[in-house]
Design a protein around this ligand. Structure first.
Ligand SMILES: CC(C)(COP(=O)(O)OP(=O)(O)OC[C@H]1O[C@@H](n2cnc3c(N)ncnc32)[C@H](O)[C@@H]1OP(=O)(O)O)[C@@H](O)C(=O)NCCC(=O)NCCS
Length: 160
C-alpha cells in the first residue's frame, strides 16, 4: 500500500476543506469549550495517498498548547487518521507547544478508542457542554452516533 503523506493546507484546498467540514460537522465552524472556530481561521494538514486527499486535520495553537479541532479521514483504516495525529503533534512540538488536546463528544466511542490507542489520556468531562454549544450551532443533532443522546464534551490530551 502506498504511504500516507501529510502536507500543510494550500489555498487551493479551501473549497474542499469547507465542503468536507460542512458535510461532516454541519457548518463552516466548530464549537469547542464554548468557543467558535471558523474553518477559514484554522491551520491544517492534509493527508494524501498517491496524490489524492484522504484526510484532514484542523488545529490551532495558543499559550503553549495545540488544540486539534477536527480530524476527518476519508478512507477508514489505512492510517490517514494516525498519520495526521502524528504530524500535528510534530508541528505543535516544533512550534514549542507542550500539550496537544482535543474535544470529542460522549457519543463518539470510536474516537475515544482511537485517541487513547494513540497516546491520549482522558483529561476532563464537561457535562451538557454540547447542549450549550447547540445554542451557538443549532445544526448539532440531538442524537449522535449509535443513537446516543449528544450532550457532553470529553477532553483528551497528550504531553508533547
Ligand atoms: C477517527 C478517525 C479520524 C480515524 O481515522 P482512520 O484514518 O480510519 O485512522 P487509522 O486508519 O489511522 O486507524 C483506524 C483504526 O480503525 C481500525 N480500522 C480498520 N479498518 C477500519 C474501518 N473500515 N473503519 C474504521 N476503522 C477501521 C484500524 O485498525 C485502526 O484501529 P487500531 O487502533 O486498532 O489501529 C476516522 O474514523 C474518522 O474520520 N471518524 C469520523 C470523524 C471523527 O469522529 N473524528 C474525531 C472526532 S474528535
Amino acid at each position: 500500500m502506498s504511504p500516507i503523506a501529510c502536507r500543510p493546507l494550500a489555498a487551493a484546498d479551501a473549497d474542499w476543506v469547507r465542503d468536507l467540514v460542512v458535510r461532516r460537522w454541519g457548518a463552516e465552524y466548530l464549537i469547542t469549550r464554548g468557543r467558535r472556530h471558523d474553518v477559514a481561521g484554522l491551520e491544517g494538514l492534509v493527508a494524501e495517498r498517491d496524490g489524492a486527499r484522504v484526510g484532514l486535520a484542523l488545529f490551532c495553537m495558543e499559550d503553549g498548547a495545540c488544540e486539534l479541532v477536527t480530524l476527518d479521514s476519508l478512507v477508514a483504516g489505512i492510517g490517514a487518521g494516525s498519520a495526521l495525529v502524528a504530524a500535528v503533534a510534530d508541528r505543535a512540538r516544533a512550534a514549542g507547544c507542550r500539550r496537544l488536546w482535543l474535544i470529542t463528544t460522549n457519543d463518539n466511542l470510536a474516537a475515544q478508542r482511537f485517541y487513547q490507542r494513540r497516546g491520549f489520556r482522558l483529561a476532563a468531562l464537561y457535562p451538557d457542554a454540547v447542549t450549550e454549544a447547540r445554542r451557538l450551532k443549532p445544526a448539532i443533532p440531538l442524537v449522535g452516533r449509535d443513537g446516543i443522546p449528544l450532550r457532553d464534551e470529553i477532553e483528551l490530551e497528550m504531553a508533547l
